[in-house]
Design a protein around this ligand. Structure first.
Ligand code: PSV
Ligand code: MN
Length: 429
């Protein structure tokens, strides 16, 4: 196994914290035992849990005004994989990468697959990109892609998605995520009905190219880049499309793609009810699709979402959505943000696992609103640090991922090894 961080640094850093973790883990284990919760069961579930790294997330993000890349930014998909390898080595929560095409195109996908495997990484859902024009492209996506009024442009977007499936097959992926920025900026600009029909027709062609054991995820987004209307703007349109397209087609919920104050945890419950929740993109936001680090603005909302995900899993053993961190790191080291977010996501999942659903259900049936809320609160307020740290330690990861990463001086090393790629777009939108 390739270890971008020297294992002796990980061992030294863990040594500093091991005694304290042992005490904390024992103390928490005794506390949870008094609530009839076995800490080992929770820890094992945390150890099994994984959230994919978006390949584009290890590059510095930006806004439409500017981008301020750090030194050592990955210049190609192999360097992106190396950075993802650091995240996985230390956090042990991120054993897959979700690639985006054509940004991550290579001549030899088998080589890429093997390269990633050497870091203990596989490939999660593959993403297509019909929201930007590429150099050699015949038809422009300025006015849409899969839903464009022009049939040849729609076909070009369909063909691209089929090429992405082909790449994904070689990488060992099992799902395609389709997000289109299609929509309109002016009232009257586009026929809502025609655009949605085109969306269904184009996606039916892509669906027909899916291997039997693959899934297709439809990602909706309320606005941006289109600011008046978006073709797949909410979970209602997404569900309608997924139900029309067939069994292998499901909805993907991105935390930042909703109107302000929308109850996203309820969307999780509804889509699960329809057996159509296929994937989830984690991030956080204050205003719109801000792509901030998961749980950094509204950690209670993240907990409530995980509570629904855990409940869905308890109701349905087949429930296994594809999780990914879809974040843009504008002012932090992307590797640090992704490790921090993986830690926050694991902690939130651990807290959700502590919810006593039997008791919660009883309070719900009795209409005891306060005690139902307090049942959630009690889990939410539990400090589960020792569980996620112990899970990482037992798998060879770092008790403190950030401190270990900083001690390794990885950023300094790659800054020297990878001469600046300048301010060019590295596939960050
Ligand atoms: C769109 O905002 C999105 O959430 C989709 O998942 C894209 O593929 C991703 O971000 C990349 O920019
Ligand atoms: Mn997304």
């Amino acid at each position: 196994m390739r270890t971008p961080i020297d294992p002796s640094i990980v061992a030294d850093q863990n040594e500093i914290r091991a005694a304290e973790l042992k005490r904390d883990y024992q103390y928490l284990g005794e506390k949870l035992a008094r609530q009839n919760i076995n800490i080992e069961t929770i820890k094992n579930k945390i150890a099994e849990f994984s959230v994919a790294i978006p390949s584009w997330g290890v590059g510095t993000g930006g806004t439409r005004f500017a981008r301020f890349p750090m030194g050592g930014e990955p210049r190609n998909v192999f360097e992106k994989i190396e950075d993802c390898g650091v995240i996985q080595q230390l956090s042990k929560t991120t054993n897959t990468v979700s690639p985006h095409f054509p940004w991550d195109n290579v001549d030899d996908f088998n080589e890429l697959r093997e390269y990633a495997a050497a870091f203990g990484l596989g490939f999660d859902a593959v993403n297509s990109n019909t929201f930007q024009d590429q150099k050699e492209q015949k038809h422009s996506y300025k006015f849409g892609s899969l839903t464009h009024s022009d049939a040849a442009t729609r076909q070009q977007a369909v063909d691209h998605n089929i090429e992405v499936i082909e790449a994904g097959k070689k990488l060992g992926s099992k799902a395609l995520t389709v997000w289109v920025g299609d929509g309109s900026n002016f009232a009257g600009q586009q026929s809502f009905t025609n655009a949605f029909n085109h969306y269904l027709d184009s996606n039916a062609k892509i669906y027909a190219a899916l291997p039997d054991d693959w899934q297709m995820f439809l990602e909706h987004k309320i606005f941006e880049p289109a600011f008046y209307s978006t073709v797949i703007q909410d979970w209602g349109s997404s569900l309608l499309a997924a139900q029309t397209l067939g069994e292998k087609c499901k909805c993907l919920v991105d935390l930042g793609h909703h109107a302000p104050n929308v109850n996203i945890e309820m969307i999780v419950a509804r889509l699960h009810h329809a057996k159509k929740l296929g994937g989830f993109h984690f991030n956080d936001s204050k205003y719109g699709d801000d792509d901030l680090d998961s749980g950094s603005i509204n950690p209670f909302q993240l907990f409530l979402i995980f509570n629904e995900l855990v409940e869905a899993g308890a109701r349905d053993a087949q429930f296994n959505p594809a999780y990914m961190m879809d974040q843009s790191h504008n002012v932090t080291d992307p590797i640090e943000s992704l490790m921090n977010s993986a830690d926050v996501i694991s902690r939130t999942y651990a807290r959700a696992l502590l919810v006593d659903h039997k008791l919660l259900n009883q309070y719900q049936e009795e209409n005891d609103a306060l005690m139902a809320y307090n049942t959630l609160r009690s889990a939410y307020e539990t400090d589960v640090s020792a569980i996620v740290q112990q899970a990482r330690l037992e798998q060879g990861g770092a008790i403190d991922t950030i401190a270990t990463y900083r001690a390794s001086e990885y950023r300094k090393k790659v800054t020297e090894a990878r001469p600046s790629s300048g301010n060019a777009s590295s596939g960050i939108v």
